[in-house]
Design a protein around this ligand. Sequence first.
Ligand SMILES: Cc1cc2nc3c(=O)[nH]c(=O)nc-3n(C[C@H](O)[C@H](O)[C@H](O)COP(=O)(O)OP(=O)(O)OC[C@H]3O[C@@H](n4cnc5c(N)ncnc54)[C@H](O)[C@@H]3O)c2cc1C
Ligand SMILES: *[C@@H]1O[C@H](CO)[C@@H](O)[C@H](O)[C@H]1NC(C)=O
Ligand SMILES: *[C@@H]1O[C@H](CO)[C@@H](O)[C@H](O)[C@H]1NC(C)=O
Ligand SMILES: *[C@@H]1O[C@H](CO)[C@@H](O)[C@H](O)[C@H]1NC(C)=O
Ligand SMILES: *[C@@H]1O[C@H](CO)[C@@H](O)[C@H](O)[C@H]1NC(C)=O
Ligand SMILES: *[C@@H]1O[C@H](CO)[C@@H](O)[C@H](O)[C@H]1NC(C)=O
Ligand SMILES: *[C@@H]1O[C@H](CO)[C@@H](O)[C@H](O)[C@H]1NC(C)=O
Ligand SMILES: *[C@@H]1O[C@H](CO)[C@@H](O)[C@H](O)[C@H]1NC(C)=O
Ligand SMILES: *[C@@H]1O[C@H](CO)[C@@H](O)[C@H](O)[C@H]1NC(C)=O
Length: 542
Amino acid sequence: MPLSSYLSIAIIAILFSFTSSAIDTSTHEDNFLQCLYSYSHNSTSISKFVYTKNNSSYSSIIQFSIQNLRFATNTIPKPLVIITPKEISHIQKAIICAQNHGLQIRIRSGGHDFEGLSYVSEVPFVVIDLIHFRGIEINVENRTAWVQSGATAGELYYAISRKSRNLAFPASVCPTVGVGGLFSGGGHGFLVRKYGLSADNIIDAHIIDVKGRFLDRQAMGEDLFWAIRGGGGASFGVIVSWKIKLVHVPSIVTVFNVPRTLEQNASKLVHKWQYVASKLDENIILGIVIKSTNSTSSKQGESNSTIVALFQSLFFGGVDKLIPLVQEKLPELGLVREDCAEMSWIESVLFLFGFPNGGKHEVLLNRIIGEKDIFKAKSDFVKIPIPEFGLEGIWPMFGEDGAKDSMMVMVPYGGIMDNISESETPFPHRYGNLYVIQYAVHWHQEGDEVEKLHINWIRKLYSYMEPFVSKSPRSAYLNYRDLDIGVNNKIGYTSYKQANIWGVKYFKNNFKRLAKVKTKVDPQNFFRNEQSIPSLVSKKHR
Ligand SMILES: Cc1cc2nc3c(=O)[nH]c(=O)nc-3n(C[C@H](O)[C@H](O)[C@H](O)COP(=O)(O)OP(=O)(O)OC[C@H]3O[C@@H](n4cnc5c(N)ncnc54)[C@H](O)[C@@H]3O)c2cc1C
Ligand SMILES: *[C@@H]1O[C@H](CO)[C@@H](O)[C@H](O)[C@H]1NC(C)=O
Ligand SMILES: *[C@@H]1O[C@H](CO)[C@@H](O)[C@H](O)[C@H]1NC(C)=O
Ligand SMILES: *[C@@H]1O[C@H](CO)[C@@H](O)[C@H](O)[C@H]1NC(C)=O
Ligand SMILES: *[C@@H]1O[C@H](CO)[C@@H](O)[C@H](O)[C@H]1NC(C)=O
Ligand SMILES: *[C@@H]1O[C@H](CO)[C@@H](O)[C@H](O)[C@H]1NC(C)=O
Ligand SMILES: *[C@@H]1O[C@H](CO)[C@@H](O)[C@H](O)[C@H]1NC(C)=O
Ligand SMILES: *[C@@H]1O[C@H](CO)[C@@H](O)[C@H](O)[C@H]1NC(C)=O
Ligand SMILES: *[C@@H]1O[C@H](CO)[C@@H](O)[C@H](O)[C@H]1NC(C)=O
């Protein structure tokens, strides 16, 4: 889209939000609240779970789940009302009342959306925050579980591990990610080569649709059930809970974290890794995290910045089997027994996330781990190994000012990912993808100048990578949300043709089917945002 049309859409959006917020906001809000309360004569009083800007805890409630502090500042628009529903009926009321009184809804589970779409909107809006919907029921006998959307991956891992050492679930590496966004957008981690995405292991779900109906898989139908397993939840309704298939893990797994700097031939290793990682036995996954680091140059004895590639692995078995496997396929890594540790699967989750060996499992229950910061991230898929000169062109960028705290995470696919067809779920990045890259740059200091420095850096890296990554479309992973690749306008409307620009990057041919499902279940496009699936019916404002 030409810049001029971006601008005119932005201006229309600004005018629209200005007029509506200047004139109507307080009546919208009052009417909305009246509507909420009028319905609640008998259920647990909803008012205990409703926060307006008047409530003293409004601010702490909205801030609590904001993962990217870029969207926490005062200049970022905040919801008129936050609802932290305790019952299904609260969600139903919120959906109905918001429609009746001209407010938008944002749905938040873990709040990890890279672009803050679960709690930021340019139009008057309400946040439904599922912080109280985090129940988990494990059925060991049948190897299934029901997990509510507001639970985190860590809470799920922990709950499974309390019941069995041999059960697990394929989801994120990071334990604080919310199940609502994670499952509805795909979800990958160290089990992806053996068991696929979180979305590949869902067998039922409960959703509240635009009419406020509570629907299970049978009632919602296979099209909608397909769409919410990788197409993102926010375009379709509020997903309350998921029934998942638990997977088998052996009692003992083996892990390692092996760092190699440029001086230790990291370039050659990363290059060779590309030919190997997606072809390995499905019982092993070997990923890479690339960062810049300070090393002490022995010659000069002074600090020098270099690149370190951290090779991280999980193997379904003991160390005796792992060493020869890696030795055969990637002898250059020089893996030795001392690099490896045998443990249970749940311990491997802690280890691979970076908790010291032997740490308390309960840390998985924390919804906030470590210090939050500001970040921007992007993604790519790689189908043809990047030549060594291509890799060597990346490294100097990690020494630039904009790159102070930056990284590239490379997650290999192959294994079962090659066996699942592109249309099985909306997530199309299957056979032929060697690995996915997440680029991320972090910083701490607010301010336009600093932000520009870092965002320009990551965009420059992204543009450098273009010749080396997937093309037509240059694919992206929905859960690594990136508004740079295209947006609906700020109030969430777009033509199919315009949405297709970013739509095919996330979904390839599945985008068309997603739009058809959207048109069927939410023709008036109530559930919308900057990257929601467009309805083929409605292009007009409400
Ligand atoms: C630190 C960090 C680590 C990460 N690690 C991984 C990883 O290892 N693997 C991986 O695959 N991804 C990872 N991600 C990306 C993550 O999967 C996505 O950001 C995901 O969408 C977050 O889900 P959430 O519920 O926490 O986020 P939210 O911000 O709450 O939601 C994300 C999107 O989903 C929508 N949504 C949320 N809940 C619902 C619901 N119940 N019904 C309907 N729509 C809903 C929101 O409206 C929003 O559009 C990571 C992200 C971060 C910030
Ligand atoms: C509220 O109403 C519903 C149905 O009308 C009923 O099933 C429920 O028991 C009522 N709850 C209370 C607390 O009275
Ligand atoms: C917020 O304040 C309103 C009145 O100002 C009150 O009715 C409501 O219960 C408060 N909400 C919470 C969660 O305390
Ligand atoms: C919030 O406070 C203002 C002034 O203190 C009051 O006029 C308004 O009615 C309050 N709103 C709600 C929803 O309680
Ligand atoms: C497991 O599934 C079987 C068959 O559907 C059912 O009879 C049994 O009750 C289930 N077990 C549990 C613990 O739910
Ligand atoms: C790096 O590779 C060269 C040859 O390719 C080899 O001679 C050297 O020992 C390697 N260095 C390390 C630290 O592995
Ligand atoms: C490297 O060290 C310098 C000086 O101590 C410091 O300013 C810089 O932030 C460090 N870089 C990294 C990546 O740690
Ligand atoms: C840092 O390392 C590079 C490459 O190894 C070298 O060319 C440069 O001189 C070193 N700089 C310092 C300050 O040690
Ligand atoms: C993928 O399919 C092939 C061929 O049918 C099979 O041998 C292999 O085990 C499958 N891989 C996984 C991880 O299911």
